[in-house]
Write a protein of this length. Sequence first.
Length: 361
Amino acid sequence: MTSRREFLKRTVASGIAAATLPPVAGAAQAAGINGIAQTVLGPLDASKLGFTLPHEHIADGPYFHLPKWPKAWGGRAEFTAMAVEKLKLVRAAGVSTIVDLTTYDVGRDIRFLEEVSRKSGLNMIACTGQRFFPPNFPDVSMPSREIAGLTEFFIKEIEQGIDGTGIKAGVIKIGIVAQNVTALEEIGLRAAARASKATGVPIRTHTDAAHRAGERHAVILEDEGMNPSRVSFDHSDGSGDMDYFLGLVKRGYSLGMDHVHRGLSPDSRPSFERRAECIKLLVDAGFAGKLFLSQDSEFGGSLLPEEQKEWRDKIDPPEGMLFSTAKLIPYLKRIGVSDRDMHTVTVENPRTFFSLSPKGR
Ligand SMILES: [Zn+2]
């Protein structure tokens, strides 16, 4: 078994090597990349993204958690300091970039994200998009019923900035809750495709993979002329069905495997082992270039005392954002995934995916 220290040494070493390697020809050409990612601290040469967690939640920390313990945490300054200390541990474990998929309707605090990025040394990419759609969530969602209105909002957050700041989104997140896409979710998905094509930033969706929902999203995205190589269907490991996975990756879509830890709870299906096995099978089938690893953790919840944690905080892995580096990747290596393929998944794919593509592609 590879020790964590050895693993980290190799990850760092291969990260340095990656900077001098030519980009993966097929994927890079498909995306038409020019190698610049949009982070909360400004444009960044995408080869500097390094090891990237592409689906996490940090920006909602102050909104959800600070009001619960304002005195104990000494207010915002102490809360931020605590968050930075924890994020430095993630940085020390070899993670270099975190993509925050917290949209405005989930309490995104963009200044918090900027501050913790600056102080922790982690690159962070913020998102635009929408997680909840009316009529199910009328209190938090923008009640736009028109594609044009949402498209304009997404483009504004990508090209001008978020909430009156100059901090620009570098990815679009769309939450499709269940098996079938509702009429308003479809509007959101179409707006995402149009904003992506207009700006060059990619799309990630919340996907009900257990019911093959990615296939439904693909129909709508393709109707909008969306390039599949600019789309990742996240939470895909909830499927466990290789037929579903292979159908999507062969069409050019990426799969976010970011709920693998949920398979560790005894009654969860697919199991942790099956989710990991599917990653290995996809790598063996030649699709390492279409996979992402993350853990969709709700970071603010990890700062709460144990007895204060709510359901969302409790389904996150106890390792938090260290789950991939501490548990999942060592496990994948034990079942035979090579260092080279792991590097493709964790470093090269994010570099290509989060690079802005030429507009209109
Ligand atoms: Zn998420």
